[in-house]
Design a protein around this ligand. Structure first.
Ligand SMILES: Cc1cc2nc3c(=O)[nH]c(=O)nc-3n(C[C@H](O)[C@H](O)[C@H](O)COP(=O)(O)OP(=O)(O)OC[C@H]3O[C@@H](n4cnc5c(N)ncnc54)[C@H](O)[C@@H]3O)c2cc1C
Length: 444
């Protein structure tokens, strides 16, 4: 039947030697069209790079003009931008072929339609991919800090069905993991003397993973008021942000501290490895739980332990103080202030002041543990302009909300109680209020 039409030279040439026939491996877009009346079926596949049609192939089942228009449109569109390619019409294709018999115009129409369908397919897929990609960075709740406060907030948010991510810069579990992994948490009801810090942290991490909390080992460098979280690896968006960056040992600010507090030269802020102090004379500065815990943990390794405390009485819990009193190698100097840490390569002695007698004391020591308290890690929030109290703790209301809407704070950065049980309670409070804020349940 084809013979009865007058085809142009160009149509015949494309019909006999069709260009770009075949398939593209991993095509970016596919357009399929068909004409049920004449039975033409046409498929165009495209490869797109930087918005340009890098490759086009076609598979056509149909008449000579269907083959020729398919072949021609691949030549016309290759190398064009998507917008330019979308402007190619059936008239343009027919024109390039030197015209088509009127009855065959529907065939050239198919080629343009197939190309447009392939481009549309590519754009739809691209939009879907962008949406999926964006969702990877979007969370209901983003928690900064993976210590007790952050992990338990994350668990309880995920338990309520909120899409949650926790960012941790170093060790999951916070100070408990890196300062005292083997210690038992005696003041966490139900766990007394049974569970070490490592056990507790492991069970939190396991639970978080089970509840599909995304645990991201990335340091957060900035949080913007519109709740963008910028980490060392990317940018994320949370509808609610929870600050849980905890605290760090406070410096004592005495002469010699900076000289000896690096590279194992004798000044420490905690006792992570008691074995390191074997046979040493150790001065512990402070009178709270951290100082007494440090002394107790050194009881089997150090040769002599001196505690220097500015007050007349230790602040640690009574039963620990009683335990301390049973140790012959521990001596407590009350009303005593550390003035200077001295030595050449390592710590050799300390100079202190007896505040009652107003006398200077020199003591030969091998190491000094400065257990003078913890300071909240609020540095990265300074730019945010959050309200803080005079000691640097982030101010919150009773729902743990900070001075900025949608931003909450839990644990040591929000409380000078500095207890695991308090951090966990903050987590429960935030999970409850974040759920109300995000899901607006009927009961509120
Ligand atoms: C030696 C010692 C012994 C203790 N013993 C007890 C005890 O027996 N019982 C008790 O109840 N409490 C104890 N505490 C206190 C308790 O550890 C804290 O109250 C608790 O860890 C607070 O939890 P948190 O999640 O607020 O902070 P942290 O545990 O300090 O965790 C904060 C986390 O945030 C991370 N972080 C900080 N900045 C960033 C950032 N920019 N990006 C990403 N991550 C960041 C940190 O790496 C850290 O892991 C002890 C503390 C010390 C130091």
């Amino acid at each position: 039947m084809e013979e009865q039409f007058e085809y142009s030279e160009k149509v015949m040439e494309h019909f006999r030697n069709p260009r770009n026939v075949g398939e593209i491996k991993d095509a970016d877009g596919i357009g399929r069209v068909g004409n049920p009346v004449c039975g033409d079926l046409m498929e165009i596949q495209i490869k797109v790079e930087n918005n340009i049609l890098k490759d086009i192939k076609f598979k056509t089942f149909g008449c000579g003009s269907a083959i020729a228009t398919s072949s021609m449109i691949t030549e016309m569109a290759k190398g064009k931008t998507l917008e330019e390619a979308l402007k190619i019409t059936r008239g343009d294709v027919a024109g390039e072929l030197g015209g088509l018999p009127p009855i065959k115009m529907h065939c050239s129409n198919l080629a343009a339609d197939a190309l447009h369908a392939a481009i549309k397919d590519y754009m739809t897929k691209k939009e879907e991919k962008a949406k999926v990609e964006a969702e990877k960075y979007d969370f209901d709740v983003i928690i900064v800090g993976g210590g007790p406060g952050g992990l338990t907030t994350g668990i309880l948010c995920a338990y309520r069905g909120l899409k949650t991510a926790i960012f941790e810069a170093s060790a999951w579990g916070g100070v408990l993991s890196w300062l005292c992994p083997d210690k038992t948490i005696e003041n966490f009801p139900g766990l007394c003397e049974k569970t070490t810090c490592s056990d507790l942290v492991k069970s939190w991490v396991d639970e978080a993973l089970k509840l599909k909390v995304e645990l991201k080992k990335e340091r957060v460098n900035e949080i913007t008021p519109d709740k963008k979280v910028i980490s060392e690896a990317g940018e994320y968006r949370g509808k609610v942000i929870v600050l849980a960056t905890g605290s760090s040992p406070a410096p004592a600010g005495v002469k010699g501290e900076d000289k000896f507090n690096k590279n194992d030269r004798g000044v420490y802020y905690y006792v992570a490895n008691p074995g390191k102090f074997a046979g040493q004379r150790v001065l512990i500065v402070g009178g709270g739980d951290s100082a007494v815990d440090a002394a107790l943990s050194l009881a089997d390794s150090a040769s002599l332990i001196t505690i220097a405390h500015r007050r007349d009485e230790l602040r640690a819990v009574q039963h620990k103080v009683e335990r301390l009193k049973t140790l012959d190698k521990v001596k407590v100097l009350y009303s005593t202030e550390l003035l200077e840490i001295a030595g050449t390569e390592r710590v050799e002695k300390v100079i202190m002041r007896d505040l009652k007698e107003d006398e200077t004391i020199q003591l030969a020591v091998d190491s000094v543990v400065l257990a003078v308290g913890l300071t909240p890690n609020t540095e990265i929030f300074k730019k945010l302009g959050l309200e803080m109290d005079e000691n640097g703790y982030i101010k919150t209301d009773k729902t743990q909300k900070t001075s900025i809407d949608g931003i909450y704070a839990v644990g040591d950065i929000a409380s000078d109680l500095q207890l695991v049980v308090v951090a966990v309670a903050h987590g429960a409070t935030v999970a409850h209020h974040a759920y109300i804020e995000l899901r607006k349940p009927y009961w509120r």
